[in-house]
Structures are given as C-alpha cells and as structure tokens.
Design a protein around this ligand. Structure first.
Ligand code: CDP
Ligand code: MG
Length: 698
C-alpha cells in the first residue's frame, strides 16, 4: 500500500494567483503597447470597440449554424469570454501579441473564433498550431461542434498524413510541423491572415523554428497577425524576442488543490498508479481521476489492471470507466475522454503529458502524477536520439497539479517524495537543445534558410548538434559542398518523414522496389505494430513472430506482416490472434497511401521487386550511418561511434547475430539497443555512401 503524506503546503497552487494590476474584463496587461500615434490608436480603438461590441457583446458570438446554440452557454462561461473585447482590441493594434491564460481558460477553442467572428481574418485563413496531433484533431472537432459545422468545412485540421481541410476552411487547426512544411512551398504563408502559435510554453522543436520563420515572414508581410499563446506566466522571453510585443493575461479560475506526496519513493509506478486509483475510488468523494503516465504501453497496462479490478469491485463503489488518451489513439477513441460516464460511476483518464496543457477534460477532481514524461534526448557525438521516460520539471508537475482544481477544489497525488520534487529542474528544457535536428535543418534549407548557424533562434541549439545535423544531410547527398540544397535534397524535403527514410524511398526507385520500401517506411512511421499484452510477451516471441520472421531481419519481417495483413484483409480475429495492433495498421495504410501519392507527384515510379538484396540496398542508401559490426565479445559497435550496443530483445535477429547489421534507431533503456535491424553486406555501404567520406555530390 502507498503511504501518503500531507505536505506542509496543503497549498492551493500558488503560481496560479492572478498577477497584480488587474484590469476589468479579465485581461491583465503588463507590457504597454508602443504606439506611434496615440490619437489615431484611440480613434481606431473606439471604432473597433463599437463594432465589436455590436457584433459580440449584444448578440454574443455569432452562432449562425444550427447545432451551435447548445454550446453558447458553455462558451460564455469560459474565463476568456469576459476578456474577448479587450483581447481583440489589443490584437487589432499590434502585429504580434502574447496571450497567457491557464489551461482550460478557452484560448485554443475560442480566440480563433472571436477573431473570425470579428472579421479580422479579412477573408484569408486563420491557422492555429498545436505541438500535438491529438490536440489539433480534438480541438478542431470541438470547434466544429461549437460552430455547428462538419469537420472539414469551415473548420478543419491538418496533421501529418491526415488533412481534413477543404476550400471552405476558414479556421485551420494544424500541427506546428505542418505549418512549417507549408512554409516550404509558400514562404510567405500567404494563405493566412492570422497565425496563432499555441502552447508556446511547451517549446517544441517545430514551434521554436516557427517563431523564427514567422518573425521573418512578418518582415515581408507586416499585415500578418501573430498571436503567441502560452499557459505559463513567464512570457517575458517571448515578448523580448518579438520586439517587446504586448503580453495579455487572461484571468483564469483556480481552486485550491491539496498536494500529497508518497512517503517512500515508488519502485513500480504502474502498480502505484493502480493502487492509488483504487484508493481514491473507494475512499474519496465523487469526481473523475486524471492519471499522468509516460506512453501507450503504461497506459494499456494500467488500463487492463483497472478494468479487471473494476469488474471485481463491490457494486456499492460504482464502476470505474477507463478512458485512455495518447498520440497514437485514433481520433474517435480520443474523443471518448470528453464524454460523461453513467451516473454512479467514475471516469479514470489515463493520459500522457498531452493532458498537461493541450487538452482539458471537464470533471477532473483528482490527479495522479507519476512525475515522469517521455522526452527526447540527443547526443550529437554518438548521434543517438533516445525517447525515454524521465522526471518532469517542477513547472510541469505544478501544471499537472492544477488540472485537479479547474471546477472545484481537488487533490493531487504525486507518486514521488517531496524531497525528490525539490531535486527536479525548475523549468523544462526546450526541445531544440535536446533533440536530433536533421529533419528540421533539411526543412529550413528547403525554406531557403541558408545560414542555419546564424538563424534567429529563440534559444540556440548547440553548435555540435547543428553540425551533426548538417553533416548527416550532407552525407545523404541533400546538400552540396557549399551547403546549398541539391536536387536530391529538394526531393527529400517533399516527404514529411525523416531525411534517412526519404533518401531510402528515393533510392528505391533506382532499385525498382518502391512498393516494398513504401510499406517498410510506413510500418516504421506507425506506433507499435504489435499489441502485446505484458503477460503474453514470451508466448508472442516464441510463436507468432516466427510466422512472419525473415532471415534478413526486422525490416523484411515488417514487410511480411503487412503482406499477411493485406492477404487476410485486415480481419479482426486474425489481427487479434497474431497480436497485430489494428489501429496501428490502419495508420500504416493511411500513411502508405499518402506517401504513394507524394511519390506520384514527385514522378517516382512505383514498382515492386521480390529481390531482397535491392530492398536492403535501398535501406543502406539512407541508413549507412546506422551500421553496426559484431565484435568478438558478442556485442555490436556502430561504425559512427564506439558505443557498446546490443540487438533489441524483440529483434528477429537476436539469436542469429550477423556480422553486419543496419538498424533503424539506437534506443537507450537500461543499455543501448539497436531497434529494427537487418543483415547487410559491407560493400553496399561503401557503394551507397561515397559522400560519407568524400565530397562527391550529385
Ligand atoms: O486552450 P485553453 O487551454 O485555454 O482552453 P481550451 O482548450 O480552449 O478549452 C476550453 C474549454 O473547452 C474547456 O473547458 C474544455 O473542456 C472544452 N473542450 C472540450 O470540451 N472538448 C475539446 N475537445 C476541447 C475543449
Ligand atoms: Mg489550449
């Protein structure tokens, strides 16, 4: 059992207190708007307020379409509603503003609608970027409901491999990565009059690059409105970066949240979560529970345990309804977290850090925080990027805690000790300084940013990681000796996939195996193809994998899985018997379709080859950096560095131990593992990668 200790704090979440100098209507203004002509501003403001008040105060937001009325009340109840006129006024005056408001205040769903309703979109599109796909999809769906339209008409979303926008779309929710891709073909982003960069506090790689790109676009198009939205108060840095632009604070509501720490550190957080949730369910007042876990695997494990326990519970406690949410979950299932559960039962939302700020679920009174998050770290010297569970920052822990106090006082159960909390970093490190930049650098080059090292970054990545990225794309043949994008590089940048995968796909044309590589690339881009319940690992390893296993390794095994899946027409029972994750396979089909379409547009001929040598050669052309050689002591050494690594326990090659293997990625868990490996011939590497050593360029 867990022992919980009340902190001395017992405190409401202190950082939520409203900043001083509140002005009416819920907006706090901290930075003065710098204006050239006060008089002109004032006149404009008076006129603007009059118009806006006409449009919005008297009639409320415009609810023209049937179906939208039922959301009027909940929209008007949001904290941001009180602030709308002032917000619009400030936005009308300055080219860039920063809007800070705590999660759930209505920034993402409302502000873009206010802007459109006030006619500030001037007939062009409004874009609102999200770091996460799930958030873009769920928010767009919500806004479509509130507007009374079908998703894909007035309101749409664009995420990688899934675009629901149409000619009618006026309001577009999209991932930050997709807007960056659009900047490649349209460097002035001329389809947009307003761009909202949301969740700026998360400081994802793509959002960080967008800051610089959009700042550049504004120089060319001063009329472009940019709104930076953030859930944390430290907006000064953004303001300085955007020429001291105004920062507007939306006053939120926050009830006190009691924080409980565990007395002892926890050994097994899956078990701790399980116990804590049951404790809450049996002992605490009604109210839903939100649990922060690290990823799909944990979520499924905890979900299965809780489901099982719920069925055995004494009926007097009511049912526990488990609702997962993570990036790989299909949209219709994601939407289920927002649905109310039957009276008498209690909802448990099992989430990744997606629920930290990017989505808000009503009804949450209890938060269970494992204190962990899956985050990327990149070692440019070893060229290793790993996605690993690691401790959150104090800022993240506070943000998670706050989720329990949106509608009423709540409780947050931290599954770690108070001493540990004190050792956490105070804020989260921006992704740009801790991840692999190859893809980002290729995109920037394709946008015409020639001098990457001197790009106007909000936080500059280390020179080593920029160099490592430039070196990699240069070796792939995407850059010439002067650092300019080559024809090959331009073709590679058209594909929204890692540069190595794009190179593989393009090389496959010459080798006549684009069909096969399309499949392999799509399988690699999808989350966990196998859904293996944690108590069945051994059984699956022994039996099922054999059916698909290829002597050549995991890439070709993936190809076999896909072929078998197609032969069985994606049959549900077949998938279940073979532990195939149907959801992931659906994603594979979508991805494959879209990549094939891009191949056609790029005039890449899609042919099929049964020659496994060709398929493996194509892989080598993209992944020659990722070759490892077997050592006498039975370990492997990657050729690009001298780390000791091993084949992943789930690799079909692990019993075979071939001399030379190509791997998709190095992952670090307890040690370094080569994940998804294939046997290769060493001379293919020399043939494929003349630029790895010499400066010969296409
Ligand atoms: O962006 P911010 O965190 O300030 O708030 P928001 O995402 O606009 O959410 C405002 C309200 O809309 C919250 O009360 C959410 O519960 C609700 N919402 C929803 O019901 N379904 C969604 N898919 C998204 C938001
Ligand atoms: Mg938001």
């Amino acid at each position: 059992m867990l022992g919980f200790q009340l902190t001395s704090a017992h405190a409401p979440v202190a950082h939520k207190a409203a900043p001083a100098g509140a002005v009416p209507n819920g907006v706090h203004k901290r930075t003065k708007v710098r204006s050239k002509s006060k008089k002109r501003d004032k006149d404009r403001a008076v006129k603007f307020i009059a118009e806006t008040q006409d449009a919005m105060i008297q009639t409320g937001p415009t609810y023209k379409l049937p179906g939208a009325e039922k959301y009027i009340k909940s929209r008007m109840d949001l904290p941001i509603y009180q602030a709308r006129v002032k917000l619009l006024l400030e936005i009308s005056k300055a080219p860039t503003v920063i809007v800070v408001g705590e999660t759930g205040s209505g920034k993402t769903t409302q502000l873009s609608q206010y802007i459109r309703d006030a006619g500030m979109d001037k007939g062009k599109m409004i874009a609102c970027t999200q770091p996460r796909r799930v958030a873009a999809v769920s928010v767009a769906n919500r806004v479509a409901l509130e507007t009374g339209c079908k998703i894909g008409s007035k309101v749409g979303y664009t995420v990688r491999f899934d675009d629901t926008t149409s000619r009618d779309t006026a309001l577009k929710y999209m991932t930050d990565g997709m807007l960056l891709r659009e900047a490649i073909s349209d460097p002035k982003l001329s389809r947009y009059s307003v761009i909202l960069l949301d969740e700026a506090h998360e400081r994802t790689l793509m959002t960080d690059i967008l800051f610089g790109v959009i700042k550049g676009v504004q120089k060319l198009r001063p009329e472009l409105k940019v709104i930076i939205m953030s859930a944390t108060l430290d907006a000064a840095k953004f303001s300085t970066y955007f020429d001291d632009c105004p920062v507007l604070y939306v006053q939120g509501r926050q009830y006190p949240v009691e924080i409980l720490y565990t007395i002892e550190p926890q050994q097994d957080y899956v078990d701790s979560v399980f116990v804590t949730v049951l404790q809450i369910h049996q002992d605490e007042k009604p109210g839903d529970i939100l649990v922060f876990l690290t990823g799909q695997e944990d979520i499924e494990n905890v979900g299965a345990l809780l489901q099982d326990a719920s069925e055995k519970l004494d009926p007097k406690f009511g049912k526990l309804v488990v609702r997962p949410i993570f990036a790989a979950l299909p949209p219709e299932q994601q939407m289920k977290v927002f649905e109310p559960v039957p009276k008498g039962s209690r909802k448990v939302v099992l989430a990744t850090n997606i629920a930290e700020t990017s989505i808000t679920i009503n009804g949450i009174r209890y938060v269970v925080d494992t204190g962990l998050v899956k985050a990327k770290t990149f070692n440019p010297n070893l060229s290793v990027e790993s996605l690993m569970a690691q401790p959150v920052s104090q800022a993240q822990a506070r943000q998670r805690t706050g989720r329990a106090g949106r509608e009423a006082p709540g409780v947050c159960y931290r599954l770690f000790s108070e001493d540990l909390f004190r050792t956490l970093d105070s804020t989260t490190t921006p992704e740009i300084v801790r991840c692999n930049l190859a893809s980002a650098v290729l995109n920037m080059k394709a946008m015409g940013v020639d001098d990457i090292i001197h790009f106007d970054f909000l936080d500059k990545p280390t020179t080593e990681s920029l160099r490592a990225a430039l070196m990699l794309i240069f070796s792939l043949g995407a850059l010439d000796a002067s650092g300019k994008l080559t024809t090959l590089g331009r073709r590679m940048a058209r594909f929204p996939i890692e540069p190595q995968l794009a190179k593989t796909l393009i090389s496959a044309e010459r080798l006549g195996c684009v069909e096969e590589i399309l499949t392999i690339v799509s399988m690699l881009s999808a989350p966990s193809i196998f859904f293996i319940p944690f108590n069945k690992r051994e059984e699956v390893d022994l039996s099922v994998m054999k059916e698909f296993a290829s002597l050549y390794g995991d890439h070709l095994t993936y190809l076999n899985v896909y072929k078998a899946y197609r032969q069985n027409k994606g049959n549900k029972t077949w998938c279940k018997d073979h532990f195939i994750n149907m959801k992931s396979m659906k994603t594979v089909l979508d991805t494959r379709g879209q990549l094939a379409e891009l191949c056609r547009k790029s005039n890449i001929e899609i042919r099929s080859s049964s020659d496994t040598d060709n398929i493996r050669k194509a892989l080598v052309s993209g992944f020659f950096y990722n070759i490892a050689v077997l050592q006498d002591d039975g370990t492997y050494h990657p050729v690009s560095n001298r780390t000791e690594v091993a084949l992943h326990p789930q690799s079909v090659l692990k019993g075979q131990k071939p001399k030379y293997v190509l791997y998709h990625e190095l992952v670090k868990t307890k040690r370094y593992y080569l994940r998804v490996a294939t046997v290769i011939e060493p001379e293919w590497a020399a043939e494929a990668a003349p630029t790895y050593f010499a400066r010969t360029i296409t």
